[in-house]
Ligand binder design. Sequence first.
Ligand SMILES: NC(=O)c1ccc[n+]([C@@H]2O[C@H](COP(=O)([O-])OP(=O)(O)OC[C@H]3O[C@@H](n4cnc5c(N)ncnc54)[C@H](O)[C@@H]3O)[C@@H](O)[C@H]2O)c1
Length: 339
Amino acid sequence: MHGSEPLGIAVIGTGRMGADHVRRIDRVVSGARVAAVADTDAERAKAVAAGIDGCTVHTDPAAAMAAAGVDAVLIASPGPAHEAALLAAFERDLPVLCEKPLTPDAASALRVVEAEQALGHRRVQVGFMRRYDAEYVRLKALLETGQLGRPLMLHNRHRNVASSPFFTSSMLITDSVSHEVDVTRWLLGQEITAVTVHAPGSSSGAPDGLRDPQFVVLETDGGALSDVEIFVNCGFGYQVQAEAVCERGTARVGDDHHLVTHTAGRWGGTITQDWTERFAQAYDDELRAWVDTTRRGEVRGPSAWDGYAAAAVCEAGVRALEEGGRVEVELAEKPALYG
Ligand SMILES: NC(=O)c1ccc[n+]([C@@H]2O[C@H](COP(=O)([O-])OP(=O)(O)OC[C@H]3O[C@@H](n4cnc5c(N)ncnc54)[C@H](O)[C@@H]3O)[C@@H](O)[C@H]2O)c1
């Protein structure tokens, strides 16, 4: 990238999230262009790149990163493919926005942290987009003023209409609760030290064998508790809510009060049906922030360490689900690179 030229981005993985990010780079965010796309499904990559000037199409992520005009990488392939893509980007010392999870488990996430440390500078922003949601940003700012006193508890609810057919009981934690894990660490500025998971009898609306809903309790090193109701087949909508209970008051986000109607003896509104709708503003602002900081040669936002910490907490959560009881989180020493 030179001077005022747009940031050339290689998008790896052009499924649901990847295609949406391609649209966002192409039409919403200024100062960036889609320079290349890669997907193991060539037809999908070709379809997503159609109509974008100068965008090359690849099936090999490393080839897309090596393509002409690529200055940065956005990884939106499935979690198990992230480590290889991240290491390929590091080989070229390219800045990366990596969709969550950084990688699916703590050991591979730690390898990424170590590889970034070996580069000697931060290169990765992880796609924990709730940190860019206007309501969560306001909640964080309020907690930081100290007006409400010390946060004692966070109550989180995370509900989806229906889960994908391949969703497993542990994915409720690794794919869904991973967002609340990051939100808890970020809002409170504390590390999570232990996880307990309770599961009531599954909903008849959940696929056979899926333990849905679950109730997850996170303990922090600051003495706070954060609980998460995760219910991925609630049937009625996509809801993400958080309430902070502090010493002198509470603050709550995610109530979905957009347009409220009063008619025919009833009042009501609509509930968002998926994350692309609920978090549209957050995704836009996340990408804008990444493009702007990258163009300035800086790296901000959720780091590879945040991705690793989330993976370690989720791993403890999966053990708590499978074995029962309280499982302590084992975290490596935090490298100086991450402050
Ligand atoms: N931040 C969020 O709110 C959010 C929401 C949904 C998904 N995600 C994350 O986005 C990522 C993608 O999820 P999705 O829902 O778009 O999945 P998807 O299955 O719709 O798309 C994944 C795409 O990657 C392609 N692919 C598979 N292996 C690949 C490889 N090795 N290299 C390149 N392409 C490969 C697949 O062919 C597919 O087109 C995941 O990490 C997921 O956790 C984040």
